[in-house]
Ligand binder design. Sequence first.
Ligand code: G3I
Length: 317
Amino acid sequence: TDNLRQLADQRGMLVGAAIEPNHLDEPQYAKTLKENYNFITPENRMKWGFIHPKKDTFDFKGADKIVDFALDNKMKVRGHTLVWHIENPSWLTSGNFSKEELLKILENHIKTVVGHYKGKVHAWDVVNEVIDVYTLRNTLWLEKIGPEYIEKAFQWAHEADPDAKLYMNDFFIEEKGVKSDYYYKFVKELLDKKVPIDGIGFQCHFDMQTPPDMGSIYDNVKRFVELGLDVDFTEVDFRIYGYGDETQLKNQAEAYSQLMNIALNFDKVKVFTMWGLTDKHSWVPVTYPESGDAHIFDKEYKPKPAYTSLVNALKQG
Ligand code: G3I
């Protein structure tokens, strides 16, 4: 077979895409998604601002649509994310809550959301981007609760769904460096304290102008899996500056397959999720206006060279 999903199934890999619910109404989008992936992450719909718009109101509609689509098509779901410093509703950020109130709010949020999806969400990004290079990121949570909010978040998520896998997720930690060193130390402490953490999510947002050092990624993955943790590639994309001509698309394809080959080298790397399905709907040009063409399907849903290179990596590897 030359089908990405079938090959992923055969290799025991979860190959995923981050998606928005409205795109499921586009027949070609839905078809491409279910034919080629076995894993889905809601790109935005589980973030606080969407799912918890008022203090006493949860809105599961958009996220439910994604989760139902996944389960109807025998795909797994990654929940993203329970704690972040971005996309928080104003009732939360300007509420001026005490430490006790905020602890209650966070516990209630995590238990309600994880409870709602109990048995349906395979893995959760419990905390997202909570480290700022060499220190804990200064967020509402840190400021008001203190560093223990992280372990509490994991415990509450675990209580709400003991079968879900639980992760810390972050960017710029794929290679060895100051930030990944900090993570290494930090997760070791969590493990020593018996915090229920299954692994770490390497986001993997890369720029083809400054491609990552794959050797360094390999070494870095190795030290985390040797702690007994999973390493999931959670938000992969390789953006291209300017226009993706033939050479650039070929280089991009090579980069995708090199990253997949790293995953295939380790038993504890089973997730390769891409942050978008098609260049037609992409966060990349919104954030980096000069860049794009970051995904494996083009704007007409035609598989790009990167698709073929992932297929080939999964066939050999
Ligand atoms: O849906 C609202 C709409 O109602 C409103 O009118 C409009 C006006 O701004 O905004 C819409 O929300 C946007 C949302 O995406 C959904 O489209 C937000 O403005 C926009 O900021 C948001 O961007 C997302 C960003 O996270 C911030 O939440 C991107 O789509 C999403 O790709 C990006 O994803 C992050 C991961 O969660 C964490 N890692 C990095 C990654 C890329 O930045």
